[in-house]
Design a protein around this ligand. Structure first.
Ligand code: CUA
Length: 320
């Protein structure tokens, strides 16, 4: 495989690549990158060509006028024109990148080390709360209000657009215009503590109708557990006081410290992009979250026996 093929198929593609854009903002950034890369390659060849020419060509005197023309042309006029063109292009894109759009509004809060996600569709008085996964519809520009709890984080979904910092005590904003439905990946890009690298999230882009259906379902309360294992799991959940930190809408659990679990199993990943949403991973997480995500505020439930852990995992994975 040639180096170019590796670059084209490996580094540049995938669900977390700036160079594989799935949204209008990322497209602008990717185009800008390719133009700059192309320009850099041309300049590199030009400079090395000149260097080669003056060092290897037959020795001869250049007139003072030629030298001056070369310095003024190559050192002042040429870079001024190139930089002015690049700057004008970048500035011309800024109003559209800043436009907050008329689509959906979502609020995302950076926590230690997970993401609180609140959908604020028109006509709803209370936010529809979720966590660790951001879903957006195609065909409109969504505004994303950003905040942070405790320390600075930064939200970045490379396939959809640029990044914006999340600052405690202040609300920052970004907007995204996704174009291609699919599963993408975002990551915190501001060092925020020991589990900064373990602070990822899924970004799912959906067709508007599918998104509306999904959001309607998210707004509903959790379905009560069916099956003995699941019902036992709910009893363990209550007895262990999980509801002190987590909310499961439609039950007495109304804690606000940790992620909302009402539709937990609907998410692609567990523990903010770190684990798959499977029973084995759920049990590992419940038993010793600190081993998986250092510094996490969630206590360990290793004192529970295997049967209780399994029942708890069954209940949680039933929260679709
Ligand atoms: Cu949050 Cu780094």
């Amino acid at each position: 495989m040639s180096l170019l093929t590796i670059l084209a198929t490996g580094g540049c593609a995938g669900q977390q690549s700036v160079l594989d854009p799935a949204g209008r903002d990322a497209e602008v950034l990717a185009t800008l990158f390719w133009w700059m890369l192309g320009g850099a390659v041309v300049l590199w060849i030009l400079m090395n060509g000149i260097l080669f020419y003056v060092s290897r060509a037959k020795e001869r005197e250049f007139s003072r006028r030629t030298a001056e023309l070369f310095i003024i042309g190559g050192g002042i006029v040429f870079p001024t024109v190139v930089l002015a063109v690049l700057l004008s292009y970048a500035l011309s894109e800024m109003p559209r990148q800043r436009d907050l759009g008329s689509g959906l509004t979502v609020r995302v809060v950076g926590e230690s080390w997970w993401w609180r996600v609140e959908y604020l569709p028109d006509g709803w008085d209370t936010p529809i709360v979720s966590a660790n996964e951001l879903r957006l519809p195609t065909g409109s520009r969504s505004e994303i209000k950003l905040a942070a709890n405790g320390v600075i984080h930064s939200l970045w979904i490379p396939a959809l657009g640029g990044k914006t910092d999340m600052i405690p005590g202040r609300e920052t904003r970004m907007s995204l215009e996704p174009e291609t439905p699919g599963d993408y990946r975002g990551q915190c890009t501001e060092f925020c503590g020991e589990s900064h690298a373990l602070m990822a999230f899924g970004a799912v882009v959906m067709e508007p109708e599918a998104f509306a259906d999904w959001l309607d379902k998210q707004a509903q309360e959790a379905a009560p557990p069916t099956g003995t294992e699941s019902i036992r799991g709910r009893e363990v959940f209550a007895a262990e006081g999980c509801g002190g930190c987590h909310t499961v809408r439609g039950t007495p659990a109304d804690g606000l410290v940790g992620p909302d679990l009402t539709h937990l199993a609907d998410r692609r990943t567990l523990a903010a992009g770190v684990l798959p949403m499977t029973e084995a991973a759920m049990i590992d997480w419940l038993r010793d979250p600190e081993a998986i995500k250092p510094g996490v505020h969630m206590p360990a439930y290793g004192h529970l026996d295997d049967a209780d852990l399994s029942a708890l995992a069954t209940y949680l994975l039933g929260l679709t």
